[in-house]
Ligand binder design. Structure first.
Ligand SMILES: *[C@@H]1O[C@H](CO)[C@@H](O)[C@H](O)[C@H]1NC(C)=O
Ligand SMILES: *[C@@H]1O[C@H](CO)[C@@H](O)[C@H](O)[C@H]1NC(C)=O
Ligand SMILES: *[C@@H]1O[C@H](CO)[C@@H](O)[C@H](O)[C@H]1NC(C)=O
Length: 193
């Protein structure tokens, strides 16, 4: 017969070793997760909209085209218009330096308001800033003229897997360049997992 005291005396070093190992493993995975799951992202998006009244425009370099509209036009606030886009993302408000690129965002925006200019957005960011990479998707509608717009981020893949959050968006530059409307938007994104 083995006495109780003997068992606990024998197992104590083993238990301590297992406990220590568990602590080290859980700390390691917490650090790895903190590194691999960003809580904040900030970047710029460029968009150039093709000019439909000036289609023969070799200098025009659009990133967005009108891909649908209502059967009877014009509609108030261009209701029913749908644009498809593939917009580059950059750390700076410039496309000159390839090292600043952090991916692109692809999707649609539609004019979905009959009483105010409202845009519905459905888009996926393919993001890679060399620390974090993966995709996250945004879905939402908002008044186009609001200086800052907010939209939900509904999920992601890669380093953004299982994220949800809020994207804060504002237009920070706008000009007509080679007969096309060019704009830069700033995005600040807050994510949870
Ligand atoms: C992200 O970009 C870096 C640097 O360009 C590249 O080495 C890496 O393969 C990219 N990652 C993914 C998942 O595309
Ligand atoms: C994003 O963050 C920057 C820096 O903190 C801030 O200047 C800007 O107003 C924020 N919001 C938007 C939509 O750019
Ligand atoms: C589209 O092109 C026409 C004809 O060149 C020009 O008058 C108009 O300003 C352009 N519109 C935009 C938004 O660039």
């Amino acid at each position: 017969m083995v006495k109780r005291g003997t068992i606990s005396r024998d197992l104590t070093p083993l238990l301590l070793a297992v406990l220590g190992l568990l602590i080290v493993v859980s700390m390691g995975s917490t650090i790895a997760e903190a590194r691999k799951k960003p809580k904040k992202l900030s970047f710029f998006m460029f968009i150039a909209v093709q000019n439909n009244s000036h289609l023969d425009n070799p200098k025009g370099q659009f990133t967005s085209v009108l891909s649908g509209e209502a059967p009877v036009t014009p509609q108030p606030f261009a209701f029913g218009n749908l644009h498809t886009f593939d917009n580059p993302l950059s750390k700076t408000m410039s496309l000159a330096n390839p090292a600043d690129r952090v991916g692109h965002v692809q999707g649609w925006y539609g004019n979905c308001g009959q009483s105010t200019l409202t845009l519905c957005l459905a888009q996926t960011f393919a993001y890679n800033d060399t620390v974090y990479s993966g995709t996250f998707s945004l879905l939402g509608s908002g008044m186009a003229m609001d200086p800052v717009k907010y939209a939900p981020v509904v999920g992601g893949t890669g380093d953004f897997a299982f994220c949800r959050g809020v994207a804060e968006q504002s237009r920070v530059f706008n000009a007509i360049v080679n007969s096309e409307e060019n704009s830069w938007f700033r995005y600040n994104i807050t994510l949870k997992y």
